[in-house]
Design a binder for this molecule. Structure first.
Ligand code: GTP
Ligand code: SPV
Ligand code: MN
Length: 580
């Protein structure tokens, strides 16, 4: 046995001694293993088979009603010094956190199987990829990790070669919210998660590893781990350019990643590389290169329909796991926005009654391999990644923020990202619809002090000769009637078109204090003539509102104390001053 595997084996034995499982199973990621686990879960009720004619090899999982989203208040970054975690994270001293977690994990796997899940984040043969091992007592986690990561034997082989892996220990525990913690130990490359079986709390390769731990490593090693989709946009001349976009949870990444161009845009194609996480590395030519560390989508179900996201609907008709959706009379998965039908059963398995609220939980999700997506490109397997032409930030803002604007340079762009704000969504527990700052869409995911993170972003100005341009978008502006002003979805291509034309030096804009704004004639709006009035609101700068916004941003930067880079503060002051 290689020394790496000996270390892994020893850790598995230590965890088994603590958690006392009935059996230990090393997962190889095979099809037969998957079938066996699915059969086991169908038998114990964890999975319900869906209609085999319309949805072959698809299953429904109903999670505990108290366990339906990420829990930010129970998520901690346990660095030796509290300042390294920063005010953007909950912090606990590593010793205290370990004691607390050891007490929870003690004997928690009695009567259960301990699964050892080796996984690789990113293409198996990419120098940018990183491996981890998740130990879990949840077969649901195993089958989800098999879709979301490159899981099993090839990952184990790479761990043997690499000599390094992130250790993740997970138990569903009693699914008791009072005994639930998601702990990160970046200095030990370790994650410990107890008491939740849901998404980002339990699939440790995703937010815990690929963002919180990876962002810490990325800072030390000179790259970026970001909450971004990656998409290729092919124009009618056959040229493909890639962009990466950071929107907060449930703010449109999956939808933009698999967009279908509007009818007016014949000859345009959109290629999906990733829908949630992006690792960015400086390449040999001074550009930024992106890989998607994941291999599947854990996407928001509600709102996904044939009109809004036909690619997602097509992706979901076989080999998918649905969590907390409703079902129809004939046992098809259903959620609000999928069709006009009335479901038979809601997400908790009750007869559907509108008095109980939405039929599908607002954070109900699908897990599916990205390879099933009609717009998938095998560039997602390119070990070198794809070169990024533009970085796009965006949030859910019903007022103030225009449809799109371009930062004047990198430093301004970093301020635009750091100042992002968005209305909260059902992706995390807590109030929905409250505007909060969510720098780079990383508020819940940055594994270290945001002030240091802003400094790290700024440093790419010196690291790269060919920086991507930075933009900000807002698909969620509302009119007085409370309706969205911009049609969104496929029509977002028009904004991407302007963005890429700006990168190529081909599109005009007006310079304003907040950046470059397109005028109506700078956008390709063929077919959207009915938008007349809305466009005035979508493309106009509200100076008074922006003065208040910049003041608030100044206060926000101050909340990180004197660790905030001076360059960022002076940039905020520059923009504030230019607003008069
Ligand atoms: P996470 O997986 O939580 O990180 O979410 P995400 O950023 O991938 O969001 P997703 O694409 O799943 O969209 C979330 C919700 O926003 C869904 O209900 C979508 O239908 C809706 N949505 C996405 N794009 C648009 C848009 O352009 N306009 C409008 N009005 N809604 C959108
Ligand atoms: C998000 O909340 O941003 C998600 C879902 O992508 S989860 O995996 O739960 O983090
Ligand atoms: Mn996400």
């Amino acid at each position: 046995m290689s020394s790496q595997l000996a270390i892994l084996n020893q850790w598995v034995q230590e965890v088994a001694a603590l958690t006392e499982p009935d059996q230990i199973r090393w997962c190889d990621g095979s099809e037969s293993e998957r079938r066996e686990l699915e059969a086991l879960m169908v038998e114990n009720g964890d999975l319900l088979p869906l209609n085999p004619d319309t949805h072959p090899d698809c299953f429904l999982h109903r999670s505990d009603p108290s366990d339906v989203a990420r829990v930010e208040h129970l998520t901690y970054v346990c660095t030796r010094h509290a300042d390294d975690a920063g005010p953007n994270n909950n912090w606990m001293a590593p010793d205290e956190a370990h004691q607390k977690m050891d007490a929870l994990f003690k004997g928690c796997m009695r009567g259960r199987t301990l699964y050892v899940v080796p996984y690789c984040m990113g293409p198996i043969d990419s120098p940018y990829s990183r491996c981890g091992v998740e130990i879990t007592d949840s077969p649901y986690v195993v089958v989800n990790m098999r879709i979301m990561t490159r899981m099993g034997a090839p990952a184990l082989a790479r761990i043997e070669r690499d000599g390094r892996f992130v250790r993740g220990l997970h138990s569903i525990g009693e699914l008791d919210p009072a005994r639930r913690f998601i702990m990160h130990f970046p200095q030990e490359l370790m994650i410990q998660s107890y008491g939740s079986g849901y998404g980002g709390n339990a699939l440790l390769g995703k937010k815990c590893h690929a963002l919180r731990i990876a962002s810490w490593q990325a800072r030390q090693e000179g790259w970026l781990a970001e909450h971004m989709l990656i998409v290729g946009i092919e124009n009618p001349a056959g040229e493909t350019h890639y962009v990466a976009a950071a929107f907060p949870s449930a703010c449109g990444k999956t939808n933009l990643a698999m967009l279908i161009p509007p009818e007016t845009h014949q000859g345009w194609k959109v290629w999906t590389v990733g829908d949630d996480i992006c690792w960015l590395h400086p390449g040999p030519d001074g550009r930024l290169y992106a890989i998607n560390p994941e291999s599947g989508f854990f996407g928001v179900a509600p709102g996904t329909g044939r009109k809004t996201n036909p690619n997602a609907v097509a992706t979901l008709n076989h080999d998918a796991i649905f969590t907390n959706v409703a079902v129809t009379e004939d046992n098809r998965p259903w959620w609000e926005g999928l069709s006009d039908e009335t479901p038979a059963t809601d997400w908790q398995g009750r007869d559907y009654d509108p008095a109980n609220g939405p039929a599908a939980h607002p954070n109900s999700r699908f897990t599916v391999s990205m390879r099933q997506c009609p717009s998938f490109t095998d560039q997602a397997d390119n070990p070198a990644g794809v070169p990024i032409s533009a970085i796009i930030f965006g949030g859910r803002r019903e007022s103030l923020v225009p449809l799109v604007f371009e930062a004047r340079d990198w430093r301004h762009g970093v301020l635009v990202g750091a100042s992002m704000a968005s209305e909260t969504t059902a992706a995390a527990t807590g109030a929905v619809g409250v505007v909060r700052r969510d720098s780079m869409a990383m508020k819940p995911f940055c594994g270290y002090n945001f002030a240091d993170y802003f400094g790290h972003w700024l440093s790419f100005d010196e690291r790269l000769q060919n920086l991507p341009r930075i933009f900000h978008v807002n698909w969620f502006r509302k009119g007085d009637d409370g309706k969205f002003l911009w049609p969104g979805f496929g029509d977002n291509l028009r904004v991407l078109q302007w963005i890429l034309d700006r990168c190529a030096g081909k599109a005009e804009a007006e310079e304003t204090p907040i950046g470059f704004l397109p005028r109506r004639e700078d956008l390709d709006l063929r077919g959207l003539e009915k938008l007349n009035g809305a466009l005035d609101t979508l493309l106009t700068l509200d100076r008074e509102g922006w003065r208040r916004e910049l003041d608030e941003i100044g206060g926000y930067l101050n909340s990180f104390g004197d660790r905030v880079p001076e360059a960022l503060r002076s940039e905020q002051q520059r923009v504030r001053a230019s607003l008069g």
